[in-house]
Structures are given as C-alpha cells and as structure tokens.
Write a protein that binds this ligand. Structure first.
Ligand SMILES: NC(=O)c1ccc[n+]([C@@H]2O[C@H](COP(=O)([O-])OP(=O)(O)OC[C@H]3O[C@@H](n4cnc5c(N)ncnc54)[C@H](O)[C@@H]3O)[C@@H](O)[C@H]2O)c1
Ligand SMILES: [Zn+2]
Length: 355
C-alpha cells in the first residue's frame, strides 16, 4: 500500500511517499523524466542501484558512509566530484543512504549553484523517520556536531521499508528509538500501539513498519510546520523533538562518536533520564515512568550507561551550544504524549537526581 504525506512549508511543497518494494521503479522513473540526475549512493545499498540497467556509469558516486563523511573534507571532495559530472540549474541530486549521507547531500545540494533540486531516498530506519524529514542538513566540525549547515527542503522523499532487510539489528533499534520518542512527546495512543506491535517491527513485518514510519513522520511534520526554523519557545517548539537529546548528545560527545553507543542508544538513555527528572520534579506519574522504562527494557533499548555519572558529561551539557546564559533547557513530559520545554533547569539538581 502507498502512503503519502504532503508537506507545505512557507516556501516549499513536496511529498513523502512510503511504499514497500518501490525503490527500483521510482529510481527508473526519476531517470526517465529528467535529463541530468546525479546519484550519491551509500556503498551498503549499491546493489539495489546496480540492478537498474543502462544507467550511465559517470552519473553516480558511491560512498562508504559513516559519521566521518559529515566533514569539510568530504564536503569539498564530493562537491568537486559532483561538479566534475556537469551541473546546471536543472540537475537533480539524489541521495540513497542513511542519515549521514542525507545530511551531507542536503548541504551539498543547498550550496551548489546556490541550490539545486534534491531527492532523498533514506535507507536506514533512523533516516526514514527522522533525518530525511524537516529540511535540516549539516556537517560536523572540531567544535561540535552539525555546526555548519542550512535549512533546505528536498523536492521528494522516497521511503521503501524493504530496504531495511539488510540493516543490522542495532541500527534498526537506533531508528526505533526516534519512533518511540515521537510517541512519548506527542501521542499516547501511538505509544500504546507500539507497545503492542514493536516485536513485529523487529521481525520486519513491513506493514507494521510502514505504519510506524507513517505515524512517526506525521508527528515530526507537526513540529516542523509550526516551527520550521526552531524559533518558538512553547510546547509547539521544534526543540521538543530534542527529548532525550540533551543527555544523549553529551554521551555521544563523551565517547567522541566512536560508536560505543549508536545515536539511538544514547538518546534512549537520555529519554529515561528526562523521564526520571520529569517524575522527580512532580510532572510525570510513577505509573507512566514505569510504563516507559518497561517498554525500553522489553525492546532492549538501553536505560543506563556506566559512564553516565561522570562529571565530564555534565561539563559537556554545561557547554552545549543550545544553552542560553548558562541555563540548561530540557524537554520534559507531563505524561506519555505530552512534552514541554522546561527552561532554567539547575544542573546540580539534575546531577542529584541522576545520582
Ligand atoms: N537532519 C536531521 O534532521 C537529522 C535528524 C536526526 C539525525 N540526523 C543525523 O543522521 C545521522 C545518523 O543517521 P543513520 O543512523 O542513518 O547513520 P548512517 O548514515 O551512518 O547509517 C548507519 C549505517 O548503516 C549503513 N546502511 C545504510 N543503509 C543500509 C541498509 N539499507 N542496509 C545495511 N546497511 C545500511 C550505513 O552505511 C552505515 O554504516 C547522524 O549524523 C545524525 O546527526 C540528522
Ligand atoms: Zn535524534
């Protein structure tokens, strides 16, 4: 079954299409309808593309993807390669890969000729439910993650859950963490549905996966449409999507993105911490806290890390670029499905609670 979500921002209109076993058909369609298409492809999914006959060899670039491609170095290298294939205003850049390739490609597309068309074909669960939605892109610097980038919406997003069949279980779980995050911040019914259906996601039931992706995108869409550039400070703020990310990002920085923890694992721990703080500050009921914890434990999402008490992590949180005047902003929850922004949280208090 095809599911379609239309996105209408102030300056753009595009659709996100979810359909199992659709990639090849859709790539062929893009090639036949456009004169100049350049593909950036994650090496791990290159076989899908290889099966499409007759595409000119010189029009694709195959990339070994990981966080390291989100760098100035790769940005320069890949941009030059794209330019060498001949780029004009009608060129379409198509990215087939996970969130790292999507983030790099978005930045390249937005800067080439001050913006050429971009089509995203996300191939990890995380990129299907999160990074390919909302138009943020970027690369990392020595000073921190995603510090250089633009807001740039794609012309189309094509999602094919079947591509997840080759994804390692740990990466699947990492994407699932963002799905459960969407349910906790916005939709209790969806949380309960996931509670019943999560095992079907991990056993790759494509119908259930499609539903989960669809629901998840609708939730992210709400926040993106109300606050595309993350300017609001109320419960509609796009920053609500950072639930679990304050602590999660600090853990990732602590481990220097060495993949000791995947992004999803880091934010899972962050979500448990944010939920616990919500409970300790009397916003969240004990019943809801336990419900969340049990769901995480049942699905093997980590709820703690033995380094999470390290003072260095608090130093990292303290230095976070998102703090204003040294005050920490945290996303907390009042119950499952209802998140809000809590400004001015005292770091000492958080330390106490975690300890
Ligand atoms: N722009 C945004 O709004 C946004 C939101 C969330 C996350 N992100 C970014 O997304 C990135 C993480 O994305 P990710 O988790 O997709 O990482 P990733 O792109 O590194 O992919 C994870 C691994 O899976 C491999 N892979 C991709 N598709 C595969 C498939 N179908 N089968 C087998 N292997 C496959 C990749 O080669 C890589 O080794 C981070 O850099 C994060 O900052 C961006
Ligand atoms: Zn995230």
């Amino acid at each position: 079954m095809i599911k379609k979500i239309n996105i209408l921002t102030k300056e753009n209109k595009y659709s996100i299409e979810i359909e199992t076993n659709s990639i090849k058909k859709k790539i062929k369609n893009i090639i036949s309808k456009n004169n100049n298409v350049i593909f950036l492809i994650d090496k791990k999914v290159f076989n899908v593309f290889q099966k499409i006959n007759n595409y000119q060899k010189e029009k694709y670039i195959c990339i070994n993807c990981s966080e390291k491609i989100k760098s100035f170095n790769f940005y320069t290298k890949i941009t030059q390669k794209v330019l060498s294939k001949g780029v004009d205003r009608k060129t379409i850049l198509v990215a087939i890969g996970g969130g790292t390739l999507g983030d790099l490609s978005g930045f390249i597309a937005s800067t080439l000729l001050r913006g050429i068309d971009l089509i995203l074909i996300p191939t990890t669960l995380l990129s299907q439910v999160d990074s390919s939605i909302g138009g943020k892109n970027g690369i990392n610097t020595n000073f921190g993650k995603n510090l250089v980038g633009t807001f740039y919406q794609p012309k189309l997003v094509i999602i094919d859950p079947l591509i997840l069949s080759t994804l390692p279980k740990r990466e699947l779980l990492s994407g699932y963490a963002e799905i459960i995050k969407h349910s906790i911040i916005y939709d209790k019914k969806f949380f309960n549905w996931l509670d019943k259906n999560s095992k079907n996601i991990f056993s790759l039931n494509y119908e259930v996966i499609s539903n989960a992706i669809y629901k998840s995108i609708l939730i992210k869409k709400q926040y993106v449409l109300k606050d595309e550039k993350e300017k609001l400070k109320n419960r509609h703020s796009r920053a609500i999507l950072n639930f679990g990310h304050t602590f999660g990002h600090a853990l990732e920085t602590y481990y220097k993105y060495k993949k000791k923890l995947t992004h999803g694992e880091a934010i899972s721990i962050g979500m448990i911490i944010a939920s616990t703080i919500s409970y300790k500050l009397n916003y969240l009921s004990y019943k809801d806290l336990i419900k969340i914890k049990n769901h995480f434990i049942f699905n093997r999402l980590p709820i703690m890390d033995n380094k999470m008490y390290d003072n260095k992590i608090f130093d990292i949180i303290h230095k976070d670029k998102k703090n204003i005047d040294g005050k920490i902003n945290f996303v907390l929850i009042k119950n499952i499905g209802n998140a809000f922004l809590k400004n001015n949280i005292n770091l000492e208090k958080i330390k106490q609670i975690i300890n």
